[in-house]
Design a protein around this ligand. Structure first.
Ligand SMILES: [Zn+2]
Length: 173
């Protein structure tokens, strides 16, 4: 797996974590003790997931966001123990979570953009990396011109955009 794929998977798991937290929180606000216990259990599970996610995060932005969400989660858990008196604070934390979610959405969008740009540097069949991109001077019939040669780690090579050598990782019919 490339770092990009790991990172996307990661963001997806963080986003689903936040969504889960939200749903859980809605329930908490409308209910009481039983829900608090559920929240604790769920929190443990989510923390575990988040920790797993952090271990393989190749990007510091995601790490920062994860930390932030982690802190908010812990605060929520603490506040939920004294729900009646902390309603106001809980609402504020809920807003913090919403903001964090929006930041993640933005980050996700930026990542998708970056991936689109990066795809130009990957084999269109197997996604292995570009190995070289060269311009070779040619001389023919009294004319000087250049041909563009692009090669990828998998062997896929194009000359002026046309396939010159196939990708070894993809069997074509
Ligand atoms: Zn390939």
């Amino acid at each position: 797996m490339t770092n990009e794929i790991i990172f996307i998977t990661q963001i997806a798991s963080i986003i689903s974590f936040i969504i889960a937290l939200f749903v859980l929180y809605r329930v908490l606000v409308s209910q009481k003790d039983a829900t608090i216990q559920l929240l604790k259990e769920k929190n443990e599970y989510l923390k575990e997931q988040l920790t797993n996610a952090q271990e393989s995060t190749p990007d510091k932005i995601a790490k920062r966001l994860s930390d932030r969400i982690h802190i908010i989660t812990e605060e929520l858990e603490r506040l939920s123990k004294d729900k009646e008196t902390n309603e106001e604070l809980i609402k504020r934390k809920e807003q913090d979570l919403k903001n964090a979610q929006e930041d993640l959405e933005r980050l996700k969008y930026q990542l998708e953009e970056a991936q689109e740009i990066a795809s130009e540097f990957l084999c269109p069949f197997c996604k292995e990396r570009m190995a070289f991109h060269e311009f070779h001077p040619q001389h023919s019939r009294g004319q000087d011109y250049e041909i563009e040669v692009i090669g990828f780690d998998c062997g896929y090579t194009t000359i002026d955009g046309r396939e010159d050598h196939p990708c070894k990782n993809t069997k074509k019919s």
